[in-house]
Structures are given as structure tokens and as C-alpha cells.
Design a protein around this ligand. Structure first.
Ligand code: TYM
Length: 335
């Protein structure tokens, strides 16, 4: 069985409120990798249901992520987009890997602790096993590279440990490659616009904490205008952002949207007040995001097209994952 050397896999959960963090930390980087890698981009609906999802909303949100992929510039003809539940290899491999990964590893996962909150006994078993399903997503394609935001680093380490343990336990040498995280760009961890110490998230109760991919130009500009800042001018050098999380966040967002670096943004705006910087950032954000949000609306008006692309993608994904799963079953000793 041929071993891929440049296969990318990544996923986004269809849990609604797709935001600037998802775009800058992940989706935008997915687009660039198409030139150099063979890419699979998944809408991870099975991960979404680890916390309660209204079925109708789940369907709509699945189409929304697919539309965001295509509108951002992922080409569903030359690469693969699909939703996870259509390719049964993910669930089957996840079970086998559940028997490889250790409880101690899962107990260390900070995302589970954050999402389960205080009442951990009431969290679903799926939420606990979430990282193992994520390992299965990646390893079902023997993917070599995984573009993600910084918050997924620990999950990627678990995927690598699981791959390594499988290879060792079954003396399967390097059957599974150890997938490399690709954490790229100036905004690998976009923070809330209301609190620079908290990650921008889909579940924050305040809509003003995030810019979403369904916001129109006015909403984007208004959210940036209202973003929390401090009364000081922007510093000339990066060190000056150290104790200023809100300022650092907006500068990093500007750098990522304009494809430059934090240093370059400070060269241009160092010494200027937020009253000058915020309108520039709002213009830039509207300029970069409106074509995408506009195209998403257009695509979402034709759900049959999106469903068709997901179905075609799933068929091509199965053609890669099924032989890998077949080989895994042989390695494990299933007849
Ligand atoms: P999800 O849907 O929570 O996030 C999707 C992607 O967006 C990134 N991200 C951020 N990046 C920067 N700043 C933020 N504030 C921010 N919030 C989210 C995430 O890092 C992620 O890259 N577990 C994954 C989904 C997944 C997956 C996979 C990823 C399932 N299987 C296999 C890679 C490979 C997740 O967090 O989705």
C-alpha cells in the first residue's frame, strides 16, 4: 500500500457561529495548502454531536461549513470536501483506536475539562473520546499534515501518540505516519473582542465577542468599533504588546488579514490611537470577508448543490479510507 508524503487532513465542527478565529486559524490556511498538498477537508458532524445539537440546525450548519470552505477558495473538484458521518471508516477506526489510546492521555485533555465544565459526570462519553475520533479522522487517510489553530495542538499530540502506540503494539513499523500540526499565520489564536484573555469561540454568549462569517459589512465594522481596547496608543515594537492582550489581538488580526506580520503592522500604526487603527481594521476586515460571506449566501441558496458536492467528496474519501481500514483490520487480527 502506497504511503502518502504530502496529504493534508483537517476538519471544522458544524456547530454554528463560524467565526474569524476559524477562518484565520484554519480555513484560510486550508486554501493555500491546495497548491502543494493533496487535501481533504471534512465537516466533522460526528464531533459536533458530542454536545447536544438540534438536528435541523446540525443539517443547516453542516451546509454552512461546506459553503464556507468553497466560498473561501477550496476547490471541491481538485481536492476533497465531505462530511464525516458519510464515511464509516472514521467511526470504525475510532473504535479500534479507543482500544489503543490510554485513559490517562484523555484525562489530560484541557478542551474536555473546559467543555465539560464543573459537572463532568454529565458530559457525554463522546465528548471524552472526542480526541480519539479526531485521531481516527487523520489516520484513516494516513495524513501527514494537519492545519489547525493553536487550541488543537494537544489533540494533535494525542493523535501522534496513538499512531505511535498502534505502530509499536502491532509491530506495524511506520504504518501510520505521525501527523505534523501546521499552525500558521499571525492569528493562530484569535481572542474574544470583549476580553483579550479569552479565545474567540462559537459558544460565547456575547455576539459582540466574535465576527462571524454571516455578519454583513455594517455588523463587522460595528463589532470592531465596539471591541474592547485600552487608552494607550499602539506601541512601535512587539514587546510593547506583552501586557495588552486586546491590543495584541487586534494587531494580530490586522496582520493575518493583510498577510503581513505583527512587526509590519506596528511599523505602520505604532504611535497611533485606536480611533485611527480601528477604522482601518474595520475596512480591511470588510474588504477581506465580505466577498466570502457574500459567496456563502449565494451557495447556501442552493442546498442541493452543496449536498451533491459533499456526496461526491465522500465517495472519493471512502476510496482512500476503506483500504486503510481494511489493512488495519488485518493488522489487528480481525477476520
Ligand atoms: P472547531 O470547529 O472547534 O475549530 C475549527 C478550526 O478553527 C480553529 N479555531 C481557532 N483558531 C484561531 N483562533 C480561534 N479563536 C479559534 N477557534 C477555533 C481550530 O483550531 C480548528 O483548527 N477538533 C477540531 C475539529 C476536528 C479536526 C479533526 C481538526 C475534528 N477532527 C481532524 C483537524 C483534524 C476543532 O476544534 O474544530
Amino acid at each position: 500500500m502506497e504511503k502518502p508524503t504530502n496529504r493534508v487532513f483537517s476538519g471544522v465542527q458544524p456547530t454554528g457561529n463560524l467565526h474569524l478565529g476559524n477562518y484565520l486559524g484554519a480555513i484560510r490556511n486550508f486554501v493555500g495548502l491546495q497548491d502543494t498538498h493533496e487535501c481533504l477537508y471534512c465537516v466533522v458532524d460526528m464531533h459536533a454531536i458530542t454536545v447536544w445539537q438540534d438536528p435541523k440546525e446540525l443539517t443547516a450548519n453542516t451546509r454552512e461549513v461546506a459553503a464556507a470552505y468553497i466560498a473561501s477558495g477550496i476547490n471541491p473538484e481538485t481536492h476533497i470536501i465531505f462530511n464525516q458521518s458519510k464515511v464509516t471508516a472514521h467511526a470504525e477506526l475510532a473504535w479500534i483506536l479507543n482500544c489503543v489510546a490510554r485513559i490517562g492521555w484523555l484525562n489530560r485533555m484541557t478542551q474536555f475539562k473546559d467543555k465539560a465544565g464543573k459537572d463532568r459526570e454529565k458530559a457525554s462519553v463522546g465528548l471524552y473520546a472526542y480526541p480519539v475520533l479526531m485521531a481516527a479522522d487523520i489516520l484513516a487517510y494516513r495524513a501527514t499534515h494537519v492545519p489547525v489553530g493553536e487550541d488543537q495542538k494537544q489533540h494533535l499530540e494525542l493523535a501522534r501518540d496513538t499512531a505511535q502506540k498502534f505502530n509499536n503494539d502491532f509491530e506495524a513499523e511506520d504504518f501510520f505516519p505521525l501527523p505534523e500540526p501546521l499552525i500558521m499565520g499571525a492569528a493562530t489564536r484569535v481572542m474574544s473582542l470583549r476580553d483579550g484573555t479569552k479565545k474567540m469561540s462559537k459558544s460565547d454568549p456575547s455576539a459582540y465577542s466574535r465576527i462571524t462569517l454571516s455578519d454583513n459589512a455594517d455588523e463587522i465594522a460595528q463589532k470592531i468599533r465596539k471591541a474592547r481596547t485600552d487608552p494607550e496608543p499602539l506601541p512601535e515594537v512587539k514587546d510593547g504588546l506583552a501586557e495588552r492582550p486586546e491590543a495584541a489581538n487586534l494587531v494580530n488580526i490586522y496582520a493575518a488579514l493583510s498577510d503581513t506580520t505583527t512587526e509590519q503592522v506596528l511599523k505602520e500604526f505604532g504611535g497611533k490611537m485606536f480611533s485611527e487603527f480601528k477604522p482601518a481594521l474595520a475596512d480591511l476586515a470588510v474588504d477581506k470577508l465580505s466577498p466570502i460571506t457574500g459567496e456563502m449566501k449565494h451557495l447556501l441558496a442552493d442546498p442541493a448543490y452543496i449536498d451533491g458536492e459533499l456526496e461526491k467528496g465522500a465517495e472519493r474519501a471512502r476510496a482512500i479510507a476503506d483500504p486503510v481500514l481494511k489493512r488495519v483490520k488485518e493488522i489487528v487480527g480481525f477476520i
